[in-house]
Write a new protein. Structure first.
Ligand code: PGA
Length: 266
């Protein structure tokens, strides 16, 4: 049984002064969730690095975890504009998103830079949400599997060890579905999630592949969370727009948990 993860990617949004209100409403909206956060499932909030220290205050004595949206490619050094993974850990982040499509496509981060970030994060004891996903042209040209495989292959080429996989989850985020309102169908998500799990089985081990949590991201909403989470290889959601509002994000979590109370069709 893989405990689901619901991760909020706030991107470059929100003032620090809005945090108190967000957490108050989010925590109370989660009170009537059918399962307990931190036991049956995990919740991660990934704000801008400027917000982390303040966020930590609001999640003390809760099971909500903090994540960063990216991290530097080394512990310390002459890397202007980067954020040290060691310091992210120091200030209370447990997780970091690496390889998000906005990093890949807007900021032109390539596979090798992304691999350096994954390695640096793991080395400093952060857990990684490693994102992959195809652009619309790839999908239209029937190249989705090739793109995903290429993005995944850096893990193997970069000698990420089988034991590192316990600190890594993979997020499948089709680029054409991010922030567009157009989500992948549950079947499209399942097809790629199964492909990712098979790839991990082939390249690492079947035990790790079975344990690996694979999240879906891209226009997740209250309305589609249950259906997407019903798929056997979908183990969580990475949520952008719908995570900015505390009641909406709690609604996504609660709807996403529904299939857990029933048996998933494997
Ligand atoms: P979205 O963003 O939910 O707004 O589509 C998801 C993401 O970029 O992680």
């Amino acid at each position: 049984m893989r405990a689901p993860i619901f991760a909020a990617n706030w991107k470059m949004n929100k003032y620090v002064r809005e945090l108190s209100d967000f957490f108050e409403k989010f925590k109370s909206s989660l009170n009537d969730a059918p399962l307990k956060v931190g036991e049956a499932f995990e919740v991660i909030i990934a704000p801008s690095p400027t917000h982390l220290t303040e966020c930590v205050k609001y999640i003390q004595q809760t099971q909500i975890r903090m994540g960063a949206q990216n991290c530097g490619l080394a512990k310390f050094g002459a890397y202007t504009g980067e954020t040290s993974p060691a310091v992210l850990k120091e200030i209370g982040a447990e997780w970091v998103i690496v390889g998000h499509s906005e990093r890949r496509h807007v900021f032109k981060e390539d596979d090798y830079l992304i691999l350096s970030r994954v390695r640096a994060a793991l080395q400093e004891g952060l857990k990684v949400i490693f994102c992959v996903g195809e652009i619309l042209q790839d999908r239209k040209a029937g190249k989705t599997f090739n793109t995903i495989e290429k993005q995944l292959s850096i893990l193997k080429e970069g000698q990420i060890q089988t034991q590192d996989l316990k600190n890594l989850v993979i997020a499948y985020e089709p680029v054409w579905a991010i922030g567009t309102g157009e989500n992948a169908t549950p079947q499209q998500a399942q097809e790629i999630h199964r492909f990712i799990r098979n790839w991990v089985q082939e390249k690492f081990s079947s035990e790790e592949a079975q344990k690996l949590r694979i999240l879906y991201g891209g226009s997740v909403k209250v309305e589609n969370a249950t259906q997407i989470m019903s798929q056997p290889d979908v183990d969580g959601l990475l949520v952008g727009t719908a995570s900015l509002d505390p009641t909406v994000f709690a609604g996504v979590v609660k709807n996403g948990l529904k299939p857990l109370t029933q048996e998933k069709n494997t």
